[in-house]
Design a protein around this ligand. Structure first.
Ligand SMILES: [Zn+2]
Length: 75
């Protein structure tokens, strides 16, 4: 699956990545892309995924591939 990416040493789907960022279940997630930034914690590569935590909300989240740093555009 081309959409799956390695995060902290394991393969994740877009939904699994979104759930790592959200810390909760998500309804839907778009394909994972590479964010145009480095991780502020470790300098690692950052992935980006758009997802819907609920039917009325769309969030863009970013997550480091190497450590547990993540952020969203609602913060
Ligand atoms: Zn990092």
């Amino acid at each position: 699956m081309a959409d799956n990416r390695v995060v902290e040493g394991r393969m994740v789907t877009p939904e699994a990545l979104a759930e790592l960022i959200e810390g909760d279940d998500v309804m839907d997630a778009e394909p994972i892309t590479d964010a145009d930034r480095d991780c502020p914690e470790c300098g690692g590569d950052v992935l980006e995924v758009g997802y819907m935590p609920s039917i009325t909300e769309f969030v863009t989240g970013q997550k480091c591939q190497d450590c547990d740093w993540s952020t969203t555009d609602r913060e």
